[in-house]
Design a protein around this ligand. Structure first.
Ligand SMILES: [Zn+2]
Ligand SMILES: [Zn+2]
Length: 656
């Protein structure tokens, strides 16, 4: 028997007689914490609570419990639930082969999955059966048990179980000894490093969500598998709230609304991840661009236009070919010169800067562009408008002196708030991503540069009284940055705006300006995008408004609806008068009942309808309906036009 010096986090420490498990040691240090713990870190290494502590020559062994309501805890919980799922599948369908079953923490749709090849093809109907079996197993409070066995034995074990995929993984990934996990008294065995919850009754709030096809290792040449998706939370309340939000998110899915409202399409025949904006989506795009251009002019930006491709050497010089090779489309050749599609606009703006000499008096120079870029994203990562292969950034690059950099950052943030506010976002989260303690390898630029840049960003945020979260080791390799996330109508956060320092490109391209001292200096370069990409912002906007856009953004602002065919001429006249007043107007001249026409306009989420019958025609007036309020009375065409114009010019977010 030996004595072990055990310390809880950075707090209480005690001598204990060994050998002792982490769970028992925790109990001695803090009973409440021990009860809650899902797993622990021992001297930084993640382990199960059943892990046996070893002597460490008098040095304290540091235990940090992994607790509920933390990201690490969620990871352990969901990972363990994925194993519970596998146990239930093995129980119900003996002979099932297991693939991989990771926890998903970033995916808004799922919390974990398991890939399986069952002896029967599973259907959605089987999910409730499997979930029920998971509950039965969980309620038996079975222990997760880890074993370390020699590689040869592990291979024999999984071969006996007829699990060639696991053998393949062990062959590739395991060392001399293999870590395997059992759920006691269940058919479950898996090759896994853990950690897991100590027993199944820690798993109380989970749900299976859907089935999808998958390939072993994501390769279509490999055996086809079925992927079972589910999620898990620490409490039923959390799970219920999440399910409700998911249902709401599904109703707002921009891909569905994009189709129903005829806003855009992405067609396989033209290429995945390539967006076509239809006239109705185009109307919204134009409003986005008009707003942006107006603001750019007011805020002293120069609008530039640059090509979609450039010589390959340019991308080598900029470092994009080295750092972004995997997202760049392959080169194409003409007359022995190679060209590549642009993944970013930056080098072009640098080209414009370099085309002339600059003195400190010329700076800051602000070049803005709605620049269309192309990235070779893999098909599996594409998602509607949110992740695409061709997109237009509302990009800008600001070249400034160290003296003016803080002012420039403040005005970028001010610009972002004005723009995001105009489109109806009121709540923001700001993240400051810095290099952190890692001052070496992957970050380019001198310590002095990093320090100055960080100070400028912090100054700018504090000077504006803005709260922010500091993200250590999250900076871009070329400089620190500020990211702004917006909260949408159902409480989800989307990262849109980014303001980034760059020490790298000014060096690579040897940018200069003449200072007050008549000597050459290197300018500071800021990259910034406010919408981010037009496509993604459009996707967020569709989901935020659930397709019911405010008047100024609505693709069709007014639907003109005659009650009978004999009113059609008057309807055309009203429509044309409204159009000449700058409104986007649709007419429905079909021989349909007026009720059907109103319903149709409601489905299209058109903000206003004007309903025209004999009386309206005789008196030259319109009867107006508002989308939410219904009938709001009759008025002259001019009165209606003025009211509508007012809402549009104010960029009102509601018609109240
Ligand atoms: Zn595991
Ligand atoms: Zn850039």
């Amino acid at each position: 028997m030996s004595e072990i010096n055990v310390q809880l986090n950075d707090g209480v420490a005690a001598q204990m007689a060994g050998p002792i498990t982490v769970g028992e040691a925790l109990k001695k240090l803090d009973r409440d914490t021990a009860k809650q713990a899902l797993a622990a870190r021992v001297n930084g290494r993640e382990v199960d609570l059943a892990f046996t502590l070893e002597e460490s020559n008098g040095e304290p062994v540091k235990i940090e419990p992994v607790l509920p309501e933390t990201l690490e805890g969620l990871d352990v919980l969901r990972h363990s639930t994925a194993h519970l799922l596998a146990a239930a599948v093995l129980d119900l369908y003996p002979g099932t082969q297991l693939g991989i079953g990771p926890a998903l923490l970033e995916d808004p749709r799922y919390g974990f999955f398991y890939d399986v090849i069952a002896p029967v093809v599973l259907t959605e109907a089987d999910l409730s059966l499997i979930e029920k079996r998971m509950r039965q197993i969980a309620s038996r409070n079975l222990a997760y048990r880890r074993d370390e066995i020699p590689k040869a034995e592990a291979l024999r074990l999984f071969k006996e179980r007829d699990e060639p995929l696991k053998c393949e993984l062990i062959d590739e990934k395991a060392g001399e000894t293999v870590s395997v996990y059992y759920i006691d008294n269940s058919p479950f065995i898996d090759f896994c490093l853990g950690p897991h919850v100590p027993n199944t009754n820690k798993l109380r709030a989970f749900k299976l969500l859907s089935l999808a096809g998958a390939y072993w290792k994501g390769d279509a040449e490999n055996p086809q598998m079925q992927r079972i998706y589910g999620t898990a939370f620490f409490s039923q309340e959390q799970l219920d709230a999440w399910l409700k939000q998911r249902e709401e998110a599904e109703k707002r899915d921009h891909r569905r609304l994009g189709r129903e409202l005829d806003l855009f399409s992405i067609q396989d025949a033209y290429g995945q991840g390539l967006v076509m904006w239809h006239p109705k989506g185009g109307a919204i795009r134009r409003e986005m661009e008009d707003y942006l251009r107006q603001q750019l002019a007011q805020r002293g930006y120069g609008l530039v236009f640059t090509p979609h491709i450039a010589k390959r050497e340019l991308w080598q010089k900029s470092g994009h070919e080295q750092n972004y090779a995997d997202v760049m489309f392959a080169p194409t050749e003409l007359e022995e010169t190679q060209f590549r599609l642009k993944p970013m606009n930056c080098p072009f703006h640098i080209g414009i800067y370099k085309s002339a000499q600059h003195s400190y008096r010329d700076l800051p120079l602000r070049y803005a562009e709605l620049g269309t870029c192309y990235r070779a994203e893999l098909s599996g990562t594409l998602h509607g408008l949110m992740r695409v292969r061709g997109f237009t950034q509302d990009d800008a690059h600001i070249f400034c002196t160290p003296e003016t950099v803080r002012t420039e950052i403040v005005s970028c943030i001010d610009f972002a708030f004005a723009l995001l506010g105009a489109f109806g976002f009121e709540k923001f989260k700001i993240e400051l991503s810095v290099r952190g303690a890692d001052t070496t390898k992957k970050y380019l630029g001198s310590d002095e540069n990093w320090q100055h840049a960080e100070e400028a960003l912090v100054d700018a945020l504090k000077g504006q009284g803005l709260e922010y979260e500091r993200m250590e080791d999250e900076a871009a390799f070329y400089g620190p940055k500020i990211d702004i996330k917006v909260e949408d109508a159902i409480g989800r956060f989307w990262q849109l705006t980014t303001v980034q320092f760059d020490f790298n490109l000014p060096e690579r391209f040897e940018l200069e300006y003449t200072g007050e001292d008549n000597k050459p200096h290197r300018p500071i370069m800021i990259h910034r995008a406010l919408f981010g990409s037009m496509e993604r912002f459009f996707g967020v906007l569709i989901e935020h408004y659930a397709g019911a856009f405010p008047m100024w953004l609505a693709p069709v602002q007014v639907a003109v609806l005659p009650i009978t065919d004999r009113i059609n001429d008057y309807a055309e006249k009203v429509a044309s008068e409204l159009r000449s007043g700058g409104l986007r107007v649709g007419t429905n001249l079909k021989s349909e009942k007026i009720g059907a026409k109103i319903r149709d306009a409601q489905m299209q989420k058109t903000p206003f309808m004007v309903v025209l019958g004999d009386r309206e025609m005789e008196q030259g007036i319109v009867a107006v309906r508002e989308r939410l309020k219904g009938d709001i009375g009759v008025m002259s065409i001019e009165e209606f036009r003025t009211m509508a114009r007012n809402l549009i010019e104010k960029r009102a977010l509601t018609n109240a």
